[in-house]
Ligand binder design. Structure first.
Ligand code: SF4
Ligand code: SF4
Length: 483
């Protein structure tokens, strides 16, 4: 079984508007049914989560941000409820992305591009934009008709209103995204009252334009040509995956309902497909699923709803187009009964185990990660200063961080150079071989320290940061240089 290359449909529905040619817009017809309802539920869920999440609070103690999900760019931290990630822990984000990829691939192996059809932001916002378009400019037939009519003041007004509403939705989308990067209620008030900074307005503007362009104009082109997933799915998909498919063994040969009824009355075979094109006209990707599996199909199920409606009208069993495995399509062609889809098979098992292992590893890493962080960078100019007593002095930029935050004191020492003196230029409580560092209320401190030692000490140095309260310590290595 091979995927067809992407095709955009070229035929309008029966008795619909003039034929549209290649390159002309895909104008999907509205449809109702089980999958349309499911898609609306998914749109509602995704939008609710997107707009509500920045306003959820999480108490992290005094002086700490109380937003449950916060990309704190100023504080260089990412907060997810009780979890806090620092820039040096980006590997955890990589792990999360790997986990998300495994889940996405698993969902694809089980049920094709189900994510794309129901939950992808491109799908969700395109659905919303299409709904606005239909409300203002009519359904497919009317919108296609308008392509060939001269503009009138009433239509111009409707078009302006459509773009204005699109821009409002897009601005709401961009605005909500910015709320994940600062205290949401405060930033929202500042944005609305014109008190927010240029960066905030710049972010909102760029996301507004992105949403407006992708959901208003790019639509299916984004999913077919710009997103890499359609290309990747060919590699992960298999014949036992649930996917929207046309039961050609039942639908062919296509003929009108009248001819099919006459043929059946005479005991002759007749297909159930009446070539009404309803499945094609509702498709948001502009494809004809009857031609076989298609890379562009996002498994949204709208063609299933459309065909079920036709079958219902014709009093034929529904499911001519349905979620089905390709194995069963081929069995049906041979006249064999369909078999239950095997959810547990080597590929799904391997992916599920890999995902589980990654999730366990991430939890273990987070649970056992160090609560102290130390980074040391040698100052380059000058590399070393020679003192009057013959000793050398090297300077270092030191950053310390205690995950728990909330002030406190940690101790910095240096190892590896006999008789080395550690001094802090910007802190208090220093001793010859140790510096007591006062942390700020976020548990951080940056300071300049110097190490003074004999030239014979040139080589590797180990800086050790210790939390006297817990006894935990971390180290960072740098060098003691000659001039
Ligand atoms: S072919 Fe059917 S399932 Fe696939 S994108 Fe079109 S309407 Fe959705
Ligand atoms: S909706 Fe059903 S009957 Fe109509 S063309 Fe598509 S497959 Fe055939």
């Amino acid at each position: 079984m091979t995927f067809h290359p992407t095709r955009l449909h070229r035929k309008p529905g029966i008795g619909a508007a003039p034929a549209i040619g290649p390159g002309e817009p895909v104008v999907p017809q509205s449809v109702s049914g089980r999958f349309r309802r499911l898609k609306w539920a998914a749109v509602g869920l995704c939008l609710a989560l997107y707009y509500v999440l920045p306003f959820l609070r999480y108490d992290r103690g005094p002086g700490q941000p109380d937003q449950a999900i916060l990309f704190d760019l100023a504080g260089l931290r990412f907060h997810l409820a009780g979890l806090e990630l620092r820039p040096q822990e980006l590997y955890l984000l990589t792990g999360l992305l790997v986990l998300a990829t495994l889940v996405l691939v698993l969902s694809n192996v089980v049920a094709g591009r189900i994510w794309c059809g129901f939950f992808c932001p491109q799908t969700v916002w395109t659905d919303l934009f299409l709904w606005v378009e239909r409300r203002l400019e009519g359904d497919r037939r009317e919108r296609l008709r308008q392509l060939y009519l001269p503009m009138t003041p009433a239509r111009a007004l409707r078009r302006v209103a459509k773009h204005a509403i699109w821009l409002m939705i897009a601005a709401g989308t961009g605005g909500a995204f910015a709320l994940y990067f600062a205290d949401a209620p405060t930033l929202l008030r500042e944005i609305l009252t014109g008190e927010a900074g240029t960066v905030a307005y710049g972010a909102v503007l760029s996301l507004t334009l992105t949403t407006y362009t992708l959901a208003g104009f790019a639509r299916e082109k984004m999913c077919t040509y710009m997103c890499p997933w359609p290309r990747l799915q060919g590699a992960v998909w298999d014949a036992e995956a649930f996917g929207v498919a046309y039961r050609d063994y039942r639908g062919e040969a296509r003929m009108s309902a009248k001819k099919a009824a006459a043929a059946r009355a005479s005991g002759l075979p007749a297909g159930d497909c009446v070539d009404c094109m309803a499945c094609v006209t509702v498709c948001p990707m502009g494809i004809d699923i009857r031609e076989g599996p298609n890379l562009a199909c996002i498994n949204c199920g709208l063609c299933v709803d459309a065909c079920d409606t036709t079958m219902q009208k014709l009093e034929r069993p529904r499911g001519l187009i349905d979620y089905e495995s390709w194995t069963n399509i081929e069995r049906g062609r041979k006249g064999e009964a369909c078999v239950p889809v095997r959810l547990v098979r080597p590929k799904t098992l391997a992916l599920a185990l890999a995902g589980l292992a990654m999730a366990i590893a991430l939890v273990a890493v987070v649970a056992t990660r160090a609560t102290l962080s130390l980074s040391v960078a040698h100052e380059r100019n000058p590399v070393a200063v020679e003192l009057s007593d013959g000793r050398l002095r090297n300077a270092y930029d030191v950053r310390v961080w205690h995950v728990a935050g909330g002030g406190g004191t940690v101790a910095l020492t240096v190892e590896g150079a006999d008789g080395a003196e550690l001094r802090s230029v910007s802190d208090v409580g220093e001793e010859a071989d140790s510096i007591a560092i006062l942390l700020d209320d976020k548990g951080r401190r940056r300071l300049r320290v110097t190490v003074t030692a004999d030239p014979s000490a040139a080589g590797a140095l180990t800086f050790r940061l210790t939390d006297p309260a817990s006894g935990e310590s971390v180290t960072a290595t740098d060098f003691f240089h000659l001039p």
